[in-house]
Design a protein around this ligand. Structure first.
Ligand SMILES: C[S@@+](CC[C@H](N)C(=O)[O-])C[C@H]1O[C@@H](n2cnc3c(N)ncnc32)[C@H](O)[C@@H]1O
Length: 273
């Protein structure tokens, strides 16, 4: 049996309660976000990418400099929330990381009686999310939930955001996640699904990857960082083509599927029943 170290005892105040088969987590931790230098030094072998404490502490900088259009997608989630969130409904942020999409939804929501359920299976990411949320408690409540997406039953939802998260779910399990979202959405409710995508046309695939890497270089990453990060993600983040996404969304019952944003090999889709 291992006991928490003194650092953990000092840094964490942990409250876990089980409700509706979910684990709600309130963690209080004192940390600061830092620049992403995770892959700057050469490594003998590159291990698979995980959302651990090092990533959590540099995540804001990492996603800003790695995902073309990320800030726009986050801003537009507010606009979508202002249009689609219904009174007395639940909103979900699946794979919430530091809670950027939850906070964007909160900024957009103008109706009353809603709760935002923000789910992630990485404790280190939720620690950081909690630190942000502590500073801003105004508006629609945000509940942090530590759970795998596969164990979440979406219910009574008017808006579900899955921002760059489905790509980390094993491809054969993705349909299960989408079916739960579809079945838990109210009529006129929406799913916002943002993903890195692949292209079946080899020439386009190569051009889009080149442009993504050029974007990363323009944001200060060097070639070593880009190639080591790519190797780390290779087995854990599996992009699919837009057509594969459309087919699966149709298969679970979504009837309206629209790409509302694309920048190089990153897209965001709005789907409704
Ligand atoms: C790229 S980040 C998402 C970024 C975030 N949605 C945003 O807009 O800033 C992917 C997140 O999904 C979480 N994640 C990956 N697989 C998951 C799973 N099976 N269940 C729950 N969370 C998962 C990771 O821990 C990570 O925080």
């Amino acid at each position: 049996m291992t006991f928490p170290g003194i650092e953990e005892l000092l840094l964490y105040q942990l409250v876990v309660e089980s409700l509706f088969s979910r684990v709600r987590v309130v963690l209080i931790m004192s940390t600061k976000q830092r620049p992403d230098r995770i892959y700057r030094q050469p490594r003998e072998s590159v291990r698979d990418f995980t959302f651990d404490r090092n990533v959590a502490l540099a995540f804001q900088d990492m996603i800003d400099r790695s995902v073309p259009g990320y800030a726009t997608v986050i801003d537009m989630i507010s606009v979508l929330a202002s249009t689609y969130v219904q009174p007395d409904s639940l909103c979900y942020d699946l794979g919430c990381s530091l809670g950027a999409s939850s906070m964007a939804m909160r900024r957009g929501i103008s109706v009353s009686g809603c709760t935002i359920v923000a789910v992630d299976n990485a404790w280190d990411m939720l620690n950081e999310a909690q630190r942000y949320l502590k500073k801003n408690k105004e508006g629609t409540p945000i509940e942090l939930v530590c759970s795998d997406l596969l164990d979440i039953a979406v219910c009574d939802a008017s808006m579900v955001v899955m921002n760059f998260t489905l790509q980390f779910v094993t491809p054969t399990r993705r349909i299960q996640v989408l079916q739960s979202i579809h079945d838990g959405l109210r009529p006129q409710g929406i799913l916002v699904l943002s993903e890195k995508i692949a292209f079946s046309d080899a020439e386009q695939e190569s051009m889009q990857i080149d442009m993504h890497h050029a974007f990363k270089r323009a944001n200060g990453y060097n070639d070593l960082e880009i190639s080591q990060k790519r190797a780390a993600l290779e087995r854990v983040m599996i992009p699919e083509t837009l057509e594969q996404h459309r087919m699966r969304l149709r298969q679970v019952g979504f009837e309206r599927i629209h790409v509302w944003f694309q920048c190089f090999n990153f897209v965001s889709i709005v789907a409704s029943r």
